[in-house]
Design a protein around this ligand. Structure first.
Ligand SMILES: Nc1ncnc2c1ncn2[C@@H]1O[C@H](COP(=O)(O)OP(=O)(O)OP(=O)(O)O)[C@@H](O)[C@H]1O
Length: 358
């Protein structure tokens, strides 16, 4: 059994060299899910309407979306809990839900129920047996995982004394008992206090740094931003954007629109203002206006926000201002946050955004 956090030994290949654990781990193509109407609910619900995404080995892939986006439905299909209505989904190149694929997945449900009489160690023994592990492996693995999740000093206490955060960390250890190639986490920090969240996050970060592939869903933007390397933003059963997290937020560049927003302060002769405003008008965001900062003699200092398609647009607007005798006092690119991108995409999709950002 290989270690999760230790360096690979000569006898054991690194996890990404094991067969099927490099390259694409999760592949979802045009996935559909329709929940049929019944005597309780007459209409069908289109929970997934053609979802396509891919997660590769070593990524921490986050699925972010407001309530009802279809995140849990997608995870249930990946785990084989429910069937899709169309499209395809595979794990390690195996059909999602097949016994062979499921054996290689560790799963932490939103709230794992552990019998209150268990200690952390006896709970891991129980889950280890369910996974068919022998006694020695269970012992070694428990030692290693209890340490990883920071419960090594508390392993003989009944779990009824555990905080929610501790229970969730025990859940992570449980999901890792059989050394899965993929860890699927359903809202791993939901319902935890800030301390519990940061403890769980630290475990996920350690797993990420060791190269474990993790797929998690969340409606907490800040959490996703902190731990994920890759992201898909979902709303109304569709993927609105996906890719490396740095492409969805970053200094000035907003991957979803390729826009670069700049804030400029311009000192110029009052007589030239009308002409400059007219020239720059096409670059002004619809909800922005020129703001007068101060007047001095025949000159005014104005603050303006411009949307540029690329750096050439920025250069052209600077040239324009300078060409009309204005001086640029400050020029700042606006750092689009993941929240900016998320809110805009979800609003454009017409979905409500009742989502926590922290
Ligand atoms: N068993 C079901 N029967 C009918 N409709 C369902 C069922 N499960 C989910 N839905 C509907 O499918 C849509 C997607 O639900 P899903 O739970 O996958 O979303 P989610 O993104 O996980 O939301 P949340 O963050 O609230 O858990 C929602 O409209 C939901 O009401």
């Amino acid at each position: 059994m290989s270690s999760i956090i230790a360096e690979p030994t000569e006898d054991l290949p690194a996890s990404d060299e094991r067969q099927g654990t490099s390259g694409t781990i999760i592949s979802v193509n045009g996935l559909q899910k329709v929940y049929r109407g019944n005597w309780l609910r007459s209409s069908h619900v289109h929970a997934l309407s053609g979802v396509t995404l891919q997660a590769d080995a070593g990524q921490v892939f986050g699925l972010l979306g407001p309530n009802g986006a279809g995140k849990t439905t997608l995870i249930k299909i990946l785990l084989g809990v429910i069937r899709s209505s169309g499209g395809s989904a595979s794990l390690f190149g195996l059909p999602a839900g097949s016994a062979a694929a499921r054996r290689r997945v560790g799963y932490l449900p939103e709230s794992l129920r552990v019998d209150r009489h268990h200690t952390a160690r006896s709970a891991l023994k129980y889950y280890g047996r369910l996974s068919g592990l022998d006694g020695t492996t269970i012992g070694n693995r428990s030692d290693e995982l209890l340490k990883l999740v920071g419960l090594d000093g508390r392993d003989r206490e009944p779990v009824r004394r555990f905080s929610k955060g501790m229970l969730q960390r025990l859940g992570l250890a449980q999901a890792l008992m059989h050394d899965p190639d993929l860890l699927v986490l359903d809202e791993p920090t939901d319902g935890l206090d800030p301390v519990g969240r940061s403890e769980v996050r630290r475990v996920i970060e350690r797993l990420r740094d060791s190269g474990k592939t993790i797929f998690l869903n969340s409606h907490i933007l800040h959490e996703v931003e902190l731990v994920c390397t890759h992201l898909a933003i979902m709303a109304k059963g569709r993927v609105l954007a996906s890719g490396p997290i740095d492409n969805l937020s970053g200094p000035g560049l907003n991957a979803a629109t390729s826009e670069l927003t700049i804030h400029m302060e311009i000192d110029l002769e009052r007589s030239t203002l009308d002409e400059l405003q007219e020239q720059l008008q096409p670059m002004m965001p619809a909800d922005a206006a020129w703001q007068l900062v101060r007047s001095q003699g025949t000159k005014d200092l104005w603050r303006v926000q411009l949307n540029c398609d690329d750096q050439a647009d920025v250069d052209a607007s600077v040239d324009l201002v300078r060409g009309m005798g204005g001086s640029i006092v400050t020029l700042q690119p606006h750092r689009h946050t993941l929240e900016d991108t998320f809110m805009r995409l979800v609003q454009q999709a017409g979905a409500p955004v009742p989502i926590a950002s922290s």
